[in-house]
Ligand binder design. Structure first.
Ligand code: ACO
Length: 154
């Protein structure tokens, strides 16, 4: 990663980077269900926001990454791993005991990423993608149905 890359918290008065958030979620409507309860962290390269994650406090012990995305051109270069590590470090420093993340049951790439980074599956939100979206969602030709929930102890 270039030397001038930095991750910072997005200010409350700054524009929500929906273009990036939409890479990880289906619609602005579904993003708006959680984003106002989240802190958004962004990675900037040469003053341009190229990646983000959104962190929501679930309770006194746990935070959840509700959305994580890297701009298309920069995917597969280790930025996703770097963002996950940053989220873990921030949550640990603030005294949280675990960090969670959820992803689609057919999202192989995302599952690979989370499991490689030490997250373990602990549950499933059955039919999440069927019941929460107006039309079926497909990834690599397979319909998304359940949300797999993963967690990492900090
Ligand atoms: N196929 C399979 N696995 C892959 C691929 C791929 N094309 N690309 C990355 N991975 C996996 C690998 O396990 C990789 O580890 P490795 O390099 O040791 O093999 C691991 O992911 C980490 O790779 P990174 O380069 O760090 O990942 P990247 O910077 O691309 O970020 C992310 C991953 C955030 C999923 C990114 O690709 C992205 O923005 N995708 C679109 C949005 C998205 O799907 N977001 C997650 C939705 S779930 C949620 O938001 C809670």
């Amino acid at each position: 990663m270039e030397k001038n890359a930095r991750i910072r918290r997005l200010g409350r008065n700054e524009k929500t980077p929906y273009d990036l958030l939409l890479l990880a979620d289906e619609s602005i409507e579904s993003i708006n269900k959680y984003i106002f309860d989240c802190e958004i962290y962004v990675l900037e390269l040469e003053n341009k926001i190229v990646a983000e994650y959104a962190l929501q406090q679930i309770n006194d012990e746990e935070v959840e990454i509700k959305n994580i995305a890297v701009t298309n051109e920069l995917q597969g270069q280790g930025i996703g791993k770097m963002l996950l590590k940053d989220a873990e470090d921030k949550a640990r420093l603030r005294g949280f005991k675990s960090i969670a993340v959820g992803t689609g049951d057919v999202a192989t790439k995302q599952l690979n990423l989370y499991q490689k980074c030490g997250f373990e599956i602990f549950g499933m939100k059955k039919k999440f993608f069927v019941e929460n979206f107006p039309s079926p969602i497909y990834e690599d030709g397979k319909q998304l149905k359940d949300m797999i929930m993963l967690k990492k102890k900090l």
